[in-house]
Design a protein around this ligand. Sequence first.
Ligand SMILES: Cc1cc2nc3c(=O)[nH]c(=O)nc-3n(C[C@H](O)[C@H](O)[C@H](O)COP(=O)(O)O)c2cc1C
Length: 332
Amino acid sequence: MDLTTRYLGLDLESPLMPGASPLADSLDVVRRLEDAGASAIVMRSLFEEQITREMTGSIYAVETSADSFAEATSYFPKASEFSLGPDEYLDQLRGICEAVRVPVIASLNGITVRGWLDYALQIQEAGADALELNVYYLPTDPAEESVAVERRTLDIVRAVKGALRIPVAVKLSPFFSALPHFVRELERAGADGIILFNRFYQPDIDAENLEAEPRLHLSDPSELLLRLRWLAIVSPGLRIPLAISGGVHSGLDTVKSLMAGASAVQVVSALLKKGPEHLRTMRIEMERWMEEHEYESLAQMRGNMSLARCPDPNAFSRANYMRILQSWRVGP
Ligand SMILES: Cc1cc2nc3c(=O)[nH]c(=O)nc-3n(C[C@H](O)[C@H](O)[C@H](O)COP(=O)(O)O)c2cc1C
């Protein structure tokens, strides 16, 4: 069975890989992931603020107003709260590159085009085969227009692509008002791939103590549906490959992701819950499903549930919406 795929210009043995997470913090776990069939290793992100603090002693390259600056600095995590500082990150990257034969993808998370981006070059020099950019930005300013929010990511992509020779993928949140257009803009800006989607961690409210409660919930497969929809909409006609991240827990989830148009499938929560070896189980489940349904390669199924042949995806979606709402009847 041919499970090979091409993602970010890399020829991979299968689409299955761990997503950015603490899974790559330990070389032992990284080796177990490779043994379980990981076709690439994705490292957790290093943050702009970490790099800027290391370079300048302050988390901001440019000071904002004195009050908000002092406050932002006070709630930013201490250097000791990060698993990897900037130097350790490069050491870990070199260690992973030596420990495994599969490609290694590093990750940077930031929101400005400033000096911290020079660090991307060091990541390339340390041996990364590709880089993920995660622009975790919450538009909280009512004066900021959606175009400016998109431009932020586009500018970062252009700056990084202008400096690096390794491929660059962009990990997006689902909260863009015109995602298909934005993805095309990212392609034009030079992105080599797109990951759908980043998760925004949503704090709860502690009503007794009037505090925000940051919580990390691992995903379940219900999160897959949002990704499948947007993969199916965005993938037709796109030249760069898409990866899915979020809610992939089984071999069947992987099959659906590929059918919707993904070229690579990133898994985190399922591996944190069940261990790195679950990746092998997912691969076996996928192969069994493909065998039973007489698929011989990923190429035969990739995108066959995308909206490529749908003449009017919007009308299709509205029709399904109406039908689903009519499917509930209440009372005798
Ligand atoms: C503990 C933990 C740490 C994570 N760290 C990062 C990170 O550093 N950078 C990043 O882009 N995503 C990070 N993620 C998000 C994952 O890469 C992934 O996008 C998300 O968990 C959805 O995939 P899943 O449903 O397979 O968990 C993290 C997720 C978890 C659970």
